[in-house]
Design a protein around this ligand. Sequence first.
Ligand SMILES: *Cc1c(COP(=O)(O)O)cnc(C)c1O
Length: 341
Amino acid sequence: MSKKVDLDWGALGFSYIKTDFRYISRYKDGKWDDGQLVEDNNLTISEASTSLHYGQQCFEGLKAYRTKDGGIQLFRPDQNAKRMIDSCNRIMMPEFPVDRFIDACVQVVKANEHFVPPYGTGATLYLRPFIIGVGDNLGVKPAPEFIFSVFAVPVGPYFKGGMAPVNFTISEFDRAAPYGTGAAKVGGNYAGSLLAHEKAVERGFADCIYLDPATHTKIEEVGAANFFGITKNNEFITPKSPSILPSITKYSLMHIAENYLKMNVIERDCEIAKIDEFIEAGACGTAAVITPIGGIDYKGNMTVFHSETEVGPVTKKLYDTLCGIQSGDVEAPEGWIVKVQ
Ligand SMILES: *Cc1c(COP(=O)(O)O)cnc(C)c1O
C-alpha cells in the first residue's frame, strides 16, 4: 500500500482518529462468521443489546511497532487473545479463537499500513479489539448475538519530553470487588473508575492508586495500570491478587527483570504502610509501558521513591529493554514477536 498520510507522528496523543479499515466478525446461531474488513466505523445494533444495559462487553489493547528495517511487528498478541478469552468466560460471552484474534489484528494492521508511525518517533499503531453483546434481549441474561471487532488508531509517545515521574494519590474508591470482575478487561470496571480518576486529577495528581477492596491496606492497581516496586536488595516486587487485571506489560517486565537484569522477581503483598521499602516504583501497561512513580500521597503524607523529577536507574533499564524488544532493537524471548511484514 503506497498511500501516505500526513500526520505529525511525534505530536500525536492518545485520541481517536478514523483509520481506513476495521475487522468485524458476527456471532449468531452459536458460531462466529468468517469475518471481514469494513470501511464503516459505525456499528448499528439493537437498542436492547446487553452491552448497552448490562455491561456485557470486554476489550483489549495492543500495539503494532515499526522496526528499524521498515518492518511492522506485534508484541505478544497471543497473550491479549488469551486474556480476552478469560474475560469472555467471566461474563458469559463466546470465546474468539486465539489464531483468529491474531489474524484479525494482522489484517487490520496491513490494511492500515500507512497509519503505522515511522520507527524512532515513539508513536505506534494502537489496536483495540472488543466483543459486545448485541441482538434483541430484555432480561438479565447473555446476549443472543455478539460482535467481535478490531480497529486501529495511530497514537503518540506517552511521554512527549521523555519519560518523567508523576505523583499518585490513594483513592477512597474501589475499582473491583474481592471476587468480582477486576481480573477481566470488562467495561464496567472502567465506568466506576472515572470519578476516582477525576477526583485525583482535581487534587493535582496524575491518577489514583486503588487498594485491595477487602482490607484497604495493600496496593492493587495504579489507575488502569499494574504496580511494581524495586527494593535496595535488587528485587522486583509486584502485588498478587485475584482482583488485579493481569497486565501483559507487567509479566513481560517480570521476565526482563529476572532474565536480562538478573533481579529477584517476587509477587507478594505491597502494603501501603510499608511502601518506603521501595527505592523505585512504577505503573505499567501497554499505553505508557512504564510510568515512573515519583511519590504516593496517602492521607496527606507523601512518600517519594527515587525522585519526583528523575527516573530511577532500574526503571530506566526495564523501560529501555522492553521498548527495545517491542521495536525490534533488542532480541525478544521466543514467541513474543509476530511479524506483520
Ligand atoms: C489493560 C489494563 C492494564 C495493563 O495491561 P497491559 O496488558 O499491560 O496493557 C492494567 N490494569 C488495568 C485495570 C487494565 O485495564
